[in-house]
Design a protein around this ligand. Structure first.
Ligand SMILES: *Cc1c(COP(=O)(O)O)cnc(C)c1O
Length: 413
């Protein structure tokens, strides 16, 4: 079989002002601009520094557990009766998801900037755990902001972060959830910007964060591209990933951006269905998905007529966010990637099917990608290959899954 070469067709994005077409940029208070410029400068220097890259790769090989494997999902492929399905196993990375790729990269950057303290905000706690892990490893002081309501809902993760030596600060303002934690973390950053790095968790926020997070996560696609060529002898025809802020998806898409024949599919959280209004499918509903600015970047934002940010809902905490990384908005508008959604119910069913046919309990987020493949694979020829980014494992979701399936005949005791 011939090895398919990529042709360098795509623009190198973002542009020097941090834009992906009309999206991205830097919409922050004046006081934060110097810090963003410092991060940008440091990043450009370290990106081309072989010592830094070697240090990061060494940690990935000896600590994170990279490269994560690509697994052929034989029984699932046979069951669906169409395309052959492969799984990129980010669930096997240390801490159980892809988030560690970014946390480790930025923690290393923090050390290179001579800063001694990291702050982060977390909703469900997954990014907080990854950040606390990276800071413990590198000996960096770590403060995690978390809404009181979220702390109550995610007790085991609060305990994990504290075990890892991080300080978890409860936020009592507003709705006591993620957006209030973000506000509090920003306040801290403005005050302590000289000593402190704000470790952002997804391909979001003001430039240069969407670029940095993408680049640290792009190891997923770089590995997967080589693994598909070695194991299957060709690139996948389609790549499917779930999209919260957009980091695991952009991480697997990026290495394939110039392979025009590789279809890129992002799956958002359809919640209770688009008509219900209870979802986080930012691209799906033309009445509420508009260009807007949230948390320092211009992208699609779920907002009402008056521009108020809407309440979102998803069974998976990681997909429950009213905006989406700016590069995804660009990929969608240019048609390079396609976006769809799976409902809570579809994700739950996909999670069970994958568990029973492959012995893998996926994160509820990742199950959204599996749900889309359950719809598509049967319509595709048997010699087609689909690669799913299995962004994380489901241990963290057991309580949610149990309550969702209670009363249903789904779980046989
Ligand atoms: C946080 C999380 C996501 C969503 O975040 P992205 O930045 O969109 O990748 C997806 N899957 C898992 C397992 C997560 O923990």
């Amino acid at each position: 079989m011939t090895i398919q070469q990529s042709s360098p067709k795509t623009l190198n994005l973002p542009d020097e002002r941090g834009y992906y077409g009309a999206f991205g940029g830097r919409y922050v208070p004046e006081t934060i601009i110097p810090a963003l410029e410092e991060i940008e400068q440091t990043y450009y220097t370290l990106k081309d520094d072989p010592n830094f890259q070697e240090e990061l790769m060494h940690l990935h090989h000896t600590y994170t557990g990279r490269p994560t494997p690509v697994t052929y999902a034989r029984r699932l492929s046979v069951y669906l009766g169409g395309a052959q399905i492969y799984l990129k196993r980010e669930d096997l990375a240390h801490t159980g998801a892809h988030k560690i790729n970014n946390a480790l990269g930025q923690a290393l950057m923090t050390r290179h900037m001579g800063k001694k303290r990291v702050i982060a905000e977390t909703g469900a706690g997954q990014h907080g755990v990854a950040t606390a892990t990276a800071c413990a490893l590198l000996g960096i002081e770590c403060v995690i902001y978390m809404g009181r309501v979220d702390m109550e809902r995610q007790k085991p993760n609060v305990f994990r972060m504290r075990l890892l030596g991080a300080e978890v600060r409860g936020v009592d303002s507003g709705s006591q959830t993620l957006k209030d934690a973000i506000n509090e973390a920003m306040r801290d950053w403005v005050t302590n910007v000289r000593t402190t790095h704000y470790l952002l968790g997804s391909a979001l926020g003001p430039h240069p964060f969407p670029m940095i997070v993408r680049d640290f996560q792009s190891i997923i696609g770089i590995e997967a591209r080589q693994q598909m060529l070695e194991q299957v002898g060709k690139l996948p025809d389609m790549i499917v990933a779930c999209v919260g802020g957009g980091s695991n998806s952009i991480g697997i898409f990026h290495a394939f951006r110039d392979d025009a024949h590789v279809q890129l599919i992002g799956v958002e959280a359809g919640g209770n269905g688009i008509e219900s209004g209870k979802h986080a499918a930012r691209f799906a509903d033309p009445h509420i998905a508009r260009m807007g600015i949230l948390h320092g970047t211009k992208s699609y934002v779920m907002q009402d007529e008056a521009g108020q940010i809407m309440e979102t809902h998803s069974i998976s905490a990681g997909l429950d966010y009213p905006s989406i990384g700016p590069e995804h908005a660009y990929l969608r508008d240019t048609g390079r990637a396609e976006y769809t959604y799976a409902t809570d119910q579809e994700a739950l069913e996909a999670l069970q099917l994958l568990a029973q046919l492959e012995g893998i309990i996926a994160a509820l987020e990742s199950a959204h990608a599996v749900a889309e493949v359950i719809k598509r694979a049967p319509t595709m020829p048997k010699d087609a290959a689909i690669l799913i980014n299995l962004s994380g494992r489901g241990d963290k979701d057991l309580n949610t899954i149990i309550s969702a399936l209670e009363g249903e005949e789904g779980l046989h005791a």
